[in-house]
Design a protein around this ligand. Structure first.
Ligand SMILES: [Zn+2]
Ligand SMILES: [Zn+2]
Length: 342
């Protein structure tokens, strides 16, 4: 739903003739048309857990409709039983009984995007420091055509490859990361967006970039650009589409069938000089784990909670009980340990 509003937002923002002349350079650059998803307020963990449950139930239903029994069973089992290490007020670790690794599974997708975040955040930070570049979040869109999801994704990626080969792009950008977001409108047309973290070498007028995008797409100049002030939040904004490339709750059986045919489609990647930079850093990836994270991994029942020193205990619960447990944790007053959970 929210993702659909995002695209309508983008379509309705036509460029007015002569608009570039009437705006000052800084106004143009900031581009006030921030997308809805970027404006979205943070959900609580209980809301997130509840949404994941609903999404999963919906997916299981669609899989059964398509007679994909094996997929439905896997999804049903995935994260259905949980071992939660908690002091009653803080949750230190959640271990699922089983992970299905299906690309649209909201639980597995969340783990996948966390893994990407952990891998790329140190690289993005190092690259920005090393090259003195400014990270920006760029959203590229294209016109909607009657085509398959695969064709739509291929079209936008081709346009982007062309864009990165142009001298304008090379002059202003030093590589970055990309991820794909899919939405569909009520007429069934695919709206595919590319979310890019671009490392900008120097300031430029956004209208010039619009002209470049129009030149490679032939019919689209709609894009958004905003500077990334917080690298962790900025990267999360982009990798979240890897775990949630589309709004599954608006998905029908035909959509799932189409998605099952896209097994090898890449949803995230790096490009340009950042890509080479990442290759050079690959061997040290495992060392990127922070001290705190390795500490959390070593925690077992009986250890002191790193946040409040109370003893940790291992709670077994079903996925359906998790949202309620999160609610209890969220509403625990500071200083008081909630142990009413059984
Ligand atoms: Zn899963
Ligand atoms: Zn605690």
């Amino acid at each position: 739903m929210k993702q659909l509003t995002l695209s309508t937002d983008l379509i309705s923002s036509h460029r007015l003739p002569g608009a570039s002349e009437s705006k000052s350079a800084s106004q143009t650059y900031l581009d006030k048309r921030v997308t809805k998803s970027q404006r979205r307020t943070k959900r609580t963990r209980s809301q997130g857990a509840r949404e994941r449950l609903q999404t999963k139930e919906h997916l299981v239903g669609l899989a059964r409709e398509l007679h994909e029994g094996e997929l439905a069973d896997k999804l049903d089992r995935c994260h259905s039983r949980l071992s939660v290490l908690t002091c009653g007020r803080h949750i230190e670790r959640i271990i699922p009984n089983f992970t299905c690794e299906f690309r649209l599974c909201p639980d597995c997708g969340r783990r996948r995007s966390r893994k990407l975040q952990k891998k790329y955040l140190p690289l993005v930070k190092a690259f920005v420091l090393h090259n003195k570049v400014t990270p920006v979040h760029l959203v590229l869109t294209q016109t909607h055509r009657r085509e398959t999801r695969k064709e739509s994704a291929g079209r936008i990626r081709n346009s982007f490859t062309k864009l990165t080969r142009r001298s304008f792009w090379k002059q202003y950008f030093k590589g970055g990361t990309w991820s794909l977001e899919f939405t569909k409108d009520k007429n069934g047309l695919h709206h595919t967006h590319l979310h890019i973290i671009g490392f900008r070498r120097k300031f430029f007028d956004i209208e010039l970039l619009r002209d470049e995008w129009l030149a490679v797409t032939g019919d689209s100049h709609v894009l958004h650009l905003k500077p990334i002030l917080d690298l962790a939040a900025g990267l999360q904004e982009v990798v979240k589409y890897v775990s949630k490339p589309l709004d599954i709750r608006r998905f029908g059986a035909a959509d799932l069938k189409e998605f099952l045919g896209l097994k090898n489609m890449r949803m995230f990647g790096t490009f340009g000089e950042f890509r080479d930079f990442c290759k050079g850093f690959e061997p040290s990836d495992d060392n990127a784990t922070s001290e705190l994270e390795s500490l959390a991994r070593d925690l077992v029942e009986g250890c002191a909670c790193p946040q409040c020193n109370e003893p940790l205990f291992d709670l077994r619960m079903s996925a359906k009980e998790l949202p309620q447990f999160y609610e209890q944790v969220e509403s625990s007053p500071p200083g008081k340990v909630g142990t009413s959970w059984n």
